[in-house]
Design a protein around this ligand. Sequence first.
Ligand code: ADP
Ligand code: MG
Length: 622
Amino acid sequence: MATIAINLKEGTIESTQDVIVGIDLGTTNSLVAYMKEGRPVCVKDSNGQSALVPSVVHFAENEEIIVGDAAKKKLISDPGNTIYSVKRLMGKSFRDVQNLEGFFGYRILDDDTESLVKVRVKDRFYTPIELSACILRELKTRIEQELKASVSKAVITVPAYFNDNQRQATRDAGKLAGFDVLRIVNEPTAAALAYGIGNPQQDNSGEPETIAVYDLGGGTFDISMLKIENGVFEVLATNGDTFLGGDDFDQAIVSFWLKQLNIEMKILTEEKDFGQKIRLLAESAKKALSTAEVFEDDLNGKTVRLTRRELDTLITPLVERTLDCCKNALRDAQLTPNQIDKVVMVGGSTRVPLVINTVSGFFGRPVFNNLDPDEVVALGASIQADILAGNQKDLLLLDVTPLSLGIETIGGLMDVIIPRNSKIPIRAGRQYTTSVDGQKNLKISVFQGERDLVEHNRKLGEFILQGIPPMPAGLPKIDIQFILNADGILTVRARELRSNLEQEIDIRPTYGISEEEMGLMLLESIRNAQADMQIRGLLEARNEANNILLGGEKFLSQNTQILDETEKTTINALLNTLREAASGQDKDIIHGAIDDLNTYTMPIAHRAMDITIREVMKGKKV
Ligand code: ADP
Ligand code: MG
């Protein structure tokens, strides 16, 4: 829908239909920016204070969904219903994130390790896509209030290291929030744009330049090497760690304080309120120490303290890890640190003095950090949006694919069709044939990753090319084309050439969602929640039954003297009933058998306890 805005002061009519916004959908914070009178600006909150929208979603009692600062406050009072760091879950299966379970204050669904991970809130299950869409809707509201017009076109940034699933998930989240996502852009590329690097109007050098973009945010670290020449951006190499950022600095401080206070680490999972409280306090300490030398505050009546020097010691191993990634990226780009012309700092965590010093030490030059590191990516995204809107004709962007793409061949081997670090958009193909006489179908499984065996790589999807005319093995010529578009999203086509049988099949990754599916998604998730709950309930009941069976058997063997024959036979019979129930499919029957056993054994357990106590007291003076 086109929207016309009338400027009453000047009496002019402005069409805002072409506003394309730039969005930094961050792990920790998200921002929206746009071009205002030829300059990129981030949209601030209604008080004009902060442009950051904490990427936190809270599900309130009254079904209301709250996003941003208000939701962040709920991390302490209602951690189970408050979702943060959802970007860490984008495009991931439970198996990918299960080792992180302790990290989240909320529940992650773990009934099916292969499929897309879901988050459980009350009795509903949400995909990371839906949760990200909540954040994007908030940003949409913000920009629409600022412009007093409806906005639907957007460019969204992702870490350069994001794989195809993660990019798809981000695009889908945008769609679900009502955006037409014109482009998914790498965050480091956006950052370079924000600094005007390579823009012929701002950067007059004209000489080719090699840039390193160092982005240390809350949850992820990215390092990218870019080559910029005549306004053309080429990503030479990317590296990073999707589990390294300011959150880890906070975690290091939390561990340090707990040790000082003589409190065990398990309190973090056992008392979630306390866990969140100390986490937020650690973050305040870290932020304060970016300028101050000492931090001191009260935590539940106890004083906690941290000096700049102590913080530096705590985080040195983490900062060193970022340098390892830098070395890898340099190696991939076949560069040495002194061949880098400019180093751009991005992300809130690059405010930490140790980070600035270490990075400029590594590259042997002062770093670019005069723009607000929180805003850099969103500002760059809005410049990219402006380029797409046709307003900056001098700039062109070229990206690379971070991981190799290929198909499974005989023996479960990965046959790479598009190697990693290929410039995109790109189209590449290869010919295959059949291995059996008269073979009619050929299964084509698409994988992403660097390992030789496909089982170690990530499956993006599969399809079957059907109706190959019967021919002797080895005769059909099956052409498989991989088409990777500018967003890094893949389409695969297969065609049998000899018979002129043309069969084109577009596939989307397993985790991707088609246009129609998107509409059904919310409905579906409500319906599935019921089934998911049932499976979960059954698994939980079975676990409980197994524990009780073990306990019951132990009880029988340890208390033979105090049990009479009838009691023994009855308990054995009840245990058998429970064992049978536990192997069935009905959780209510399992619970029933558990109740029967408990009711019968309770008085006996009391009696056994009394006897034990009497034994212990015997001969002791009270
Ligand atoms: P993301 O890209 O992951 O969303 P951001 O770039 O917004 O993350 O960075 C968020 C991180 O920056 C958080 O860990 C936050 O604690 C940290 N941060 C913000 N301000 C400061 C500061 N002044 N000093 C140190 N760290 C900071
Ligand atoms: Mg970021």
